[in-house]
Write a protein that binds this ligand. Structure first.
Ligand code: XIL
Length: 326
């Protein structure tokens, strides 16, 4: 990401959330907080995003049938400890059970889903990713089951339903490749502007930030965050991880990879801190340790994208993040 010589090597492990002046979160699942939350989580994080427990296939597996077991456990545990909870995602085209596509009234299904989740966790979930990944790489609306059955207005309908169900919750639009693809970024900003013009109190944009040591370029990322806050929206780095093997060219990870990853984390956090504070919603890592990360299994490659290694020890990446908070 940066060609600059690394000057940030080494650090003594502190407590990230205390060092940062924004919320530092990680994706977490219910199975990780039973019986107590992991010490690593308690030490470094003061926010969480629900990684899988609120996804449609898990929480709403049958028509008219909800299973709140995991979500309730995770959200209660976090709420009791004063951890800021980010609800993810309400409307998405993945991790959807088959019955959804077979329903005759998708509009009704979507509204019921949003109302049920937002009502249940009202006052506990601080903010929602209402719609996730609605755009394709050309900046058009992705042809999802929601778009095809409800039409373009599904976006407004989703946000309006969430807003009415919990007027106190912050609402976000979340997507990937927003730094590397300006067309997609402009489209995301324009979705949010249109919603705002129609009376939706949308707070901000989640840039997923599944990035790598190869990109995006520092300049691209800087330009992207500047565009978002200048348009009046908060910026959430919502699913940050930094792949060291994006093109699946490696079977082992080297020290050099880890140093480059450290530099990338450093730059990402510095860029985040350049955002005026009132537009900073926070940074969320997509998992606690490399053992929890979705990258190796999902992409079937050797990878290590997070701040802590598989034994929970801080990596150079950790120092990159921490040193950027100074
Ligand atoms: C991922 C989870 O981390 C995995 O455990 C799951 O198997 C697939 O989904 N964009 C998103 C997240 O918005 O919800 C995805 O999470 C990663 C990509």
């Amino acid at each position: 990401m940066s060609c600059r010589q690394n000057t940030t090597t080494g650090c003594e492990e502190g407590e990230l959330w205390k060092l940062a002046d924004f919320t530092v979160s990680t994706a977490l699942n219910a199975y990780q907080v039973f019986p107590g939350s992991p010490p690593l989580f308690d030490r470094h994080f003061n926010g969480l995003t629900t990684e899988n427990d609120l996804k449609f296939e898990n929480i709403h597996p049958g028509p008219g049938f909800y299973d709140f077991t995991g979500a309730d456990r995770l959200i209660r545990a976090a709420y009791e400890r004063n951890i800021r909870i980010h609800g993810h995602p309400l409307v998405w085209h993945q991790q959807l059970p088959e019955w959804v596509g077979q329903s005759h009234d998708l509009r009704e299904v979507m509204i019921d889903h949003i109302q049920t989740l937002v009502n249940r966790y009202r006052g506990q979930v601080h903010a929602w990713d209402v719609v996730n990944e609605a755009l394709d790489e050309r900046g058009g609306l992705r042809k999802t089951v929601w778009l095809e059955n409800i039409g373009e207005d599904y976006l407004y309908l989703a946000y309006k339903t969430a807003q009415d169900a919990d007027p106190g919750a912050l609402l976000f639009y979340n997507d990937f490749n927003l730094a590397s693809n300006p067309r997609k970024l402009d489209a995301a900003i324009s979705i949010c502007r249109n919603l705002r013009n129609r009376g939706i109190r949308i707070s901000g944009i989640g840039m997923q930030m599944h990035i790598s040591i190869a990109g995006p370029y520092r300049m691209e990322l800087q330009e992207a965050v500047d565009k978002i806050w200048r348009a009046g929206f908060m910026v959430h780095f919502s699913e940050l991880d930094v792949s060291v093997n994006p093109w699946v060219t490696k079977t082992t990870i080297t020290e050099k990879d880890l140093r480059e990853q450290q530099d990338t984390y450093y730059d990402v956090v510095r860029i985040y801190r350049s955002i005026p504070p009132q537009y900073q919603y926070g940074i969320t890592l997509w998992g606690l340790t490399d053992a929890d990360s979705w990258l190796p299994a999902y992409f079937n490659r050797v990878d290590a994208g997070l701040l802590f290694n598989t034994s929970g020890q801080p990596k150079p990446a950790y120092c990159g993040f921490q040193n950027a908070l100074k």
